[in-house]
Write a protein that binds this ligand. Structure first.
Ligand SMILES: *Cc1c(COP(=O)(O)O)cnc(C)c1O
Length: 862
C-alpha cells in the first residue's frame, strides 16, 4: 500500500500498521525487533489449518465469492468482496464460537446477561480481524491480490442499533467481557432500521431511514429452532406508526434469535450478542386467505414483524410510545425465556429445575430502565411457571437482577401508563401492584406517619392518568443499583431517589464507565498505538493501566516527538478523508477543536457556539490579534422531534457559512459541521483531535464516554466539572486539564435567583455575541429564524446556564491557547493525559461489575 492511498480513509493505515501496534508482528518503526507469531499455528488454533484468503481455488475467500454469488467473478464489486471477506472471517472464528458455548455448557459457570435496548456496534470487520490477530494475514493477502482493501471496508454499514452513549457503552462492555473471558451474552433487538442517517440541507438536519439490512449481513446467524413465544393480553395493530389495541383478544408473537459473534482480544473467547426479531406465529390463516381475505390473513404477520422494525431515535428522553412499550416487553420476555430455558437445561435434577440456584448461575444486568419489565416478568415465570411461593420468587428475582441508572434528567425517567399494563400485561400489573402493596407496608412500618415518603417511593404515580415508575420498579426489584460516574452515583443516591436509597442503602454503588481500548485506540489510532507499543510494549492493549509507564516519558524528547508526529499523521489522514469524501478542506496545521455528541441543550453545543462567536468578534475588531488558527468541529444528531436541537444544528451550519464567507477571518477560524455522526466518524475524528470539549451543565451529564476516547487519543480537555470528566481530571491532575465553570452544587444553589440578563448587561463580549446573533448576522436571508435562541438563552431564563459559564469558558480557552504556544509543554500534557487514561478502559469497569455486582468469574475456553 502506498502512503497516498493509505491516507485516503481513516481506517486504512490500520491494516498497514496494526502489526507493529500490536507489538507482536513486525519491526517497530524505531527498529525494535519484535516476534512474528506463527500464522499457521494461529490459524490451526482457530481450527482452520493453513487457509488463505486468496490465491488458490479452495481458499475461503474465493469460495465465498464464487459460491455465495454464483456469478462471474469479474462482474462482482466491492460489496460482494466485503461479504466474502467477512464470511471468511466468520468461518475462521466459528469453531472458537462453538467451542466457547460448549465450554460454558460443560462447565456450567455463572453467566452474565446484559439486557439493552441498544447496542451501538459500528463496523465489525476490522474490529474482528484485529481481535483475532488476523490483520497481518489479511494485509498480506490483499496486497498479493491487489484487492482495494479500503473500498472493501467501506462497504460495511455501521450497525447503528443505538442512539449514543448508552448504546455504545453496551458495545464496549461486550467487547471487554469477551476479552476478559467472562461467560457473558448480550441481549437486544434486531432493528431493521437503526439510528436514522443524517444529511444537512440548507443547514437543516434531514433524516433518512437507515436500512442497514438491505443487503444480507454476513455476521449474523439466525437460529429459528431457538425461537420463543411471547404472549400478550391483547391483540394489536399498527396504523400510521402508532399502536392500535384490540382489547380482550390475547395474542402471541414469536421472537427469532439472530446471533452475532463477539470476539475477545486474542480470539480465545467468542461470546454471543443475541438480537431478537419479531415474527407472527405460524398460524397463517389459510381459510381466510382462500376465502379472499388477503388483507386479514397478512395483517397479523405484518403487524408482528413491524415490532422490531425501527429503533426509537430519542436520546435521553422517553417519548412514551405504545410501540416502544411493546418493544421493551418483547426484549425482556424473549431474553428471560431464553436464559431460563438454558438454566433449566443445565441445572435440573431428573427434569426438576433447582430454582434456588438461579442467582448462582445467572446475573442479569438491566441497561437503564428500558428492560425493567424483567422484574415482573421474572416474578411471573417463578410464580406461575415454576410454581414458587411469593417470598422465594421475590428473593430469587432480586438476587438475580441488577440495574444501571444512566441519567438524572426528569424527561428521561420512564413512566408507563397503568392502563397499558391492564390491556397488554394484566398479569404483570397484578404482580407490580402486589410488589407495591408490600413496599408500602414496609415503608409504613419503618417510617410511621411519613406519607410523603410512601408517595415518593411508590411504584405508582398518582394523577389524572396513573403511571408505573420504571426506575422505582427496577431499584426495588434488584439487589444492585449503580450510577455511571462518581458524581452521578452520588446525586442519584442523595437527590434523585433519596428515599429508596435510604431504604436499600446496600444496593447502591458506583461503576464509572469506560471504553474499549481495542476499538478506540489500537484500531482507531494506529500511529499513536505504535508509538506507545514501541515505548512500553503491548501489554496496555488488555491492561490499560500499563499506560502509567508513559508518564516519565513526558520528559523524553524522542517520545514527545513521536506523539506529536502521530497526531500530525492522524490529522492529515482525517483532512484527506474529509476532502475526498465531501470536498471540504481543513488545514491540519490548525488546532482541531471538537465537540461531537448528540445535540442536546444540556450538552451545550450553544455554549461552544457562543465561544466561537466571541472569538470571531475579537478577530473582526482587531485584525492584528495574535491567535493560533483553529478549526472547530461539531457533529451530532438531533432527535427528530426535538425542535430546538434542530435549530442548534442550523445555527452551527450558518455560523460555519458566515465565517467561511468573511475574508477578515479566513485561514484563522473555521467551523465545520460534520453530518452523520456515528461510531465510524468518531473513530476517524477523535485520533485527529487536539482539543476535546466536555462542557455540559454540571450535574447533567451522567458520565460521558467520548471524553475518555479523546483523552486516550491525546487530546486535551476543556470541560466542566461533570460526569466522568471530574475523575479524568483527578487522574491526570487538574493542571493538565482546562476545567471551568459552575460546579453541580453551584448550579443547584443558584437556580432560584440566576438570571442570564445580568451577564448580558454586564459582560460586553457576551452581549456583543448575542447581539450579533440577534441582528441576523448569521441569518441574513432568513431573518428571525434564530429567535428561539433568544428565548432559550435569555428571555426564557437560560435553564442550562450557558451565560453563567461563558466567561469562565473563554478564560479556560485563553489558558489553552497560551499553552499551545509552547509545543513542548503541550506535548508533555498530552502524554500525561494518555498515561493517566488507564482507569477509563471498559475492562476496569467490567472487572468492577464482575466482582461487586455479578460475582462472575472468567471461564477460559481451552
Ligand atoms: C462515544 C460515543 C457517544 C457518546 O458520546 P458522549 O460525548 O459521551 O455523549 C455517542 N455516539 C457515538 C457514535 C460514540 O462513539
Amino acid at each position: 500500500m502506498t502512503r497516498a492511498r493509505q491516507s485516503q480513509v481513516g481506517w486504512s493505515e490500520a491494516a498497514a500498521d496494526m502489526d507493529a501496534a500490536q507489538g507482536g508482528h513486525a519491526m517497530g518503526s524505531d527498529g525494535i525487533a519484535v516476534d512474528t507469531p506463527d500464522m499457521s499455528k494461529l490459524l490451526q488454533q482457530y481450527g482452520c489449518g493453513p487457509i488463505r484468503f486468496t490465491g488458490t481455488s479452495d481458499a475461503l475467500y474465493e469460495r465465498h465469492l464464487m459460491f455465495d454469488n454464483v456469478a462471474d467473478l469479474s462482474t462482482l464489486g466491492p460489496r460482494e468482496r466485503f461479504e466474502a471477506v467477512a464470511r471468511s472471517v466468520r468461518d475462521v472464528l466459528s469453531q472458537r464460537w462453538v467451542l466457547t458455548e460448549q465450554t460454558y455448557a460443560r462447565q456450567n459457570p455463572k453467566r452474565v446477561y446484559y439486557l439493552s435496548m441498544e447496542f451501538l456496534v459500528g463496523r465489525s470487520l476490522t474490529n474482528n480481524l484485529l481481535n483475532l490477530l488476523l490483520d497481518p494475514v489479511v494485509k498480506r493477502a490483499t496486497a498479493d491480490k491487489g484487492l482495494d482493501w479500503i473500498a472493501v471496508l467501506e462497504q460495511e454499514p455501521d450497525a447503528g442499533l443505538g442512539n449514543g452513549g448508552l448504546g455504545r457503552l453496551a458495545a464496549c462492555f461486550i467487547d471487554s467481557m469477551a476479552t476478559m473471558q467472562l461467560p457473558a451474552m448480550g441481549y437486544g433487538l434486531r432493528y431493521e432500521y437503526g439510528i436514522f442517517k443524517q444529511t444537512i440541507r440548507d443547514g437543516w438536519q434531514v433524516e433518512q431511514p437507515d436500512n442497514w439490512l438491505r443487503r444480507p449481513d454476513p455476521w449474523e446467524v439466525v437460529r429459528p429452532e431457538e425461537k420463543v413465544e411471547v404472549k400478550l393480553g391483547c391483540s394489536f395493530e399498527v396504523r400510521g406508526g402508532t399502536l392500535g389495541v384490540i382489547v380482550g383478544r390475547p395474542s402471541s408473537l414469536l421472537g427469532i434469535p439472530y446471533d452475532r459473534p463477539v470476539v475477545g482480544y486474542g480470539g480465545k473467547t467468542v461470546n454471543t450478542l443475541r438480537l431478537w426479531a419479531a415474527a407472527a406465529p405460524d398460524t397463517f390463516d389459510f381459510q381466510a386467505f382462500s376465502a379472499g381475505d388477503f388483507v386479514g390473513a397478512l395483517a397479523e404477520r405484518l403487524t408482528a414483524e413491524s415490532l422490531t422494525r425501527v429503533l426509537y431515535p430519542d436520546d435521553s428522553t422517553s417519548m412514551g410510545q405504545g410501540l416502544r412499550f411493546v418493544q421493551e416487553y418483547f426484549l425482556v420476555a424473549c431474553s428471560l425465556a431464553d436464559l431460563v430455558r438454558r438454566f433449566r437445561l443445565h441445572n435440573s435434577d431428573q427434569g426438576i429445575p433447582n430454582w434456588s440456584k438461579l442467582p448462582a448461575k445467572a446475573a442479569i444486568q438491566l441497561n437503564d430502565t428500558h428492560p425493567s419489565l424483567a422484574v415482573p416478568e421474572l416474578m411471573r415465570l417463578l410464580l406461575d411457571e415454576a410454581r414458587l411461593g411469593w417470598d422465594e420468587a421475590w428473593n430469587l428475582t432480586r438476587q438475580t437482577l441488577a440495574y444501571t441508572n444512566h441519567t438524572l434528567l426528569p424527561e428521561a425517567l420512564e413512566k408507563w401508563p397503568l392502563p397499558w399494563f391492564a390491556l397488554l400485561l394484566p398479569r404483570h400489573l397484578e404482580i407490580i401492584l402486589e410488589i407495591d402493596r408490600r413496599l408500602t407496608e414496609e415503608v409504613q412500618a419503618r417510617f410511621p406517619g411519613d406519607d410523603g415518603r410512601v408517595e415518593r417511593v411508590s411504584l405508582i404515580e398518582e394523577g389524572a392518568e396513573r403511571k408505573i415508575r420504571m426506575a422505582n420498579l427496577a431499584i426495588v426489584g434488584s439487589h444492585s443499583t449503580n450510577g455511571v460516574a462518581a458524581i452521578h452515583s452520588d446525586l442519584l443516591r442523595t437527590v434523585t431517589v433519596k428515599d429508596l436509597a435510604e431504604m436499600f442503602p446496600e444496593s447502591f454503588s458506583n461503576k464509572t464507565n469506560g471504553v474499549t481500548p481495542r476499538r478506540w485506540l489500537l484500531l482507531a489510532n494506529p500511529h499513536l498505538a505504535r508509538s506507545i507499543t514501541n515505548a512500553i510494549g503491548d501489554g496496555w492493549v488488555t491492561d490499560l493501566g500499563e499506560l502509567e509507564r508513559l508518564k516519565p516519558l513526558a520528559e523524553d524528547k524522542g517520545f514527545r516527538d513521536a506523539v506529536r508526529t502521530a497526531k500530525r499523521e492522524a490529522k492529515s489522514r482525517f483532512a484527506d478523508w474529509l476532502q475526498s469524501t465531501s470536498g471540504v478542506t481543513v488545514d491540519p496545521d490548525t488546532i482541531f477543536d471538537c465537540q461531537i455528541k448528540r445535540i442536546h441543550e444540556y450538552k451545550r453545543q450553544l455554549l461552544n457556539a457562543l465561544r466561537v462567536v466571541v472569538l470571531y468578534n475579537r478577530l473582526r475588531e482587531n485584525p492584528d490579534l495574535e491567535m493560533a488558527p483553529r478549526t472547530f468541529f461539531f457533529a451530532g444528531k438531533a432527535a427528530p422531534a426535538y425542535h430546538l436541537a434542530k435549530i442548534i444544528i442550523k445555527f452551527l451550519n450558518n455560523l460555519a457559512g458566515a465565517i467561511d464567507g468573511d475574508p477578515a477571518v479566513r485561514g484563522r477560524l473555521k467551523v465545520v459541521f460534520l453530518p452523520e455522526y456515528s461510531v465510524s466518524l468518531a473513530e476517524r475524528l477523535i485520533p485527529a483531535s487536539d482539543v476535546s470539549n466536555q462542557i455540559s451543565t454540571a450535574g447533567y451529564e451522567a458520565s460521558g464516554t467520548s471524553n475518555m476516547k479523546f483523552m486516550m487519543n491525546g487530546a486535551l480537555t476543556i470541560g466542566t466539572r461533570d460526569g466522568a470528566t471530574i475523575e479524568m481530571a483527578e487522574a491526570a491532575g487538574e493542571d493538565n486539564f482546562f476545567m471551568f465553570g459552575l460546579t453541580a452544587e453551584q448550579v443547584a444553589g443558584s437556580r432560584s435567583w440566576y438570571s442570564p440578563h445580568w451577564h448580558y448587561d454586564n459582560e460586553p463580549e457576551t452581549r456583543a455575541a448575542l447581539d450579533l446573533i440577534f441582528s441576523d448576522h448569521f441569518s441574513r436571508f432568513e431573518p428571525g429564524i434564530f429567535e428561539p435562541l433568544r428565548q432559550t438563552l435569555l428571555t426564557g431564563g437560560d435553564h442550562y446556564m450557558h451565560l453563567a459559564d461563558l466567561k469562565a469558558y473563554l478564560e479556560a480557552d485563553n489558558r489553552l491557547l497560551e499553552l499551545y504556544r509552547d509545543p513542548d509543554e503541550w506535548a508533555r500534557k498530552v502524554i500525561v493525559n494518555v498515561a493517566s487514561s488507564g482507569k477509563f478502559s471498559s475492562d476496569r469497569t467490567i472487572a468492577e461489575y464482575a466482582a461487586e455486582i455479578w460475582d462472575a468469574k472468567p471461564c477460559p475456553v481451552p
